[in-house]
Write a protein that binds this ligand. Structure first.
Ligand SMILES: [Fe+2]
Ligand SMILES: [Fe+2]
Length: 210
C-alpha cells in the first residue's frame, strides 16, 4: 500500500514537473514543429504570447485538477482513461511552454497559485463523489474549448505555429470532455457554468499580462 508520505512525495514531484520550466516531457511532438516561424511585429508577438500564456496556465490548472482528483476519487472504471487524459495534458503544457519561449516570452508567475487552487478543487470534488469530480473535468474542458476557439480566431493570422498547437489541443479537450461525461460525470447546470466562466475570467485577465 502506498503510504501517505509516498503519495505526498509523488504529488510534490508532479507539481514541480508542472511548475518548473523545461521539467515536463511531452510524448507527442508539438504540432508547431513542422511549420515555419512567421514574421510578427512587436504588438502581434505580445498578443500571441499573452494568449499562449493563458493557455499554458489552463494546462497547469488541468494538471492540478487531474492530480487532485487522482488522490481522492475512486474512479474504479475510468482511472486508466483519466491517466491517459492527464498525459495528453502534459503534451499540451509542454507545447504551450515551448511556444511561449519561441515567442520570446515566458509562463505566468501566477502559476503556483492557480495550481494550488485547482488541486484543491480537484481533490475536494473527488472527496464528495466521482460523479461530481468527473463533472468538473467535463465542465473545465468545456470552458477550455470555448477559450481555444476564441484564441484560434484572435491569434495573428500568420502565427500558424500557435494555431497548430491550439487546434490539436481543441481536438484532445473535446475528447476529454466526452470521456468524462460518458464515465458518468454530472452535467453542470447553466448557473454553475456561468460562475465557472467568471472564475476563468480572473485567470485569463491576469495571465494575459503576467
Ligand atoms: Fe489540455
Ligand atoms: Fe483536457
Amino acid at each position: 500500500m502506498i503510504s501517505f508520505l509516498d503519495k505526498a512525495v509523488l504529488q510534490f514531484d508532479r507539481a514541480l514537473q508542472t511548475l518548473v520550466p523545461h521539467a515536463a516531457k511531452a510524448t507527442r511532438p508539438s504540432p508547431a514543429n513542422t511549420l515555419e516561424e512567421a514574421e510578427l511585429d512587436q504588438v502581434e508577438r505580445k498578443h500571441s504570447s499573452g494568449l499562449m500564456r493563458i493557455n499554458h496556465t489552463g494546462e497547469v490548472c488541468a494538471q492540478a485538477l487531474y492530480a487532485g482528483q487522482a488522490t481522492t476519487a475512486k474512479l474504479a472504471t475510468v482511472r486508466q482513461e483519466m491517466e491517459h487524459a492527464a498525459d495528453e495534458e502534459i503534451d499540451h503544457l509542454v507545447w504551450c511552454e515551448q511556444r511561449l519561449y519561441d515567442l520570446g516570452s515566458k509562463p505566468s508567475i501566477l502559476n503556483p497559485l492557480f495550481y494550488g487552487a485547482s488541486f484543491m478543487i480537484g481533490a475536494g470534488a473527488g472527496l464528495i463523489s466521482d460523479k461530481l469530480s468527473l463533472g468538473f473535468v467535463a465542465a473545465t474542458e468545456d470552458q477550455v474549448c470555448i477559450h481555444l476557439q476564441k484564441h484560434m480566431a484572435a491569434l495573428p493570422m500568420q502565427d500558424a505555429k500557435s494555431k497548430a498547437v491550439l487546434t490539436q489541443m481543441h481536438i484532445d479537450e473535446a475528447k476529454h470532455k466526452a470521456m468524462a461525461l460518458e464515465a458518468g460525470g454530472y452535467e453542470f447546470p447553466q448557473p454553475i457554468m456561468a460562475i465557472m466562466t467568471q472564475v476563468s475570467k480572473v485567470m485569463t485577465i491576469t495571465t494575459y499580462r503576467i
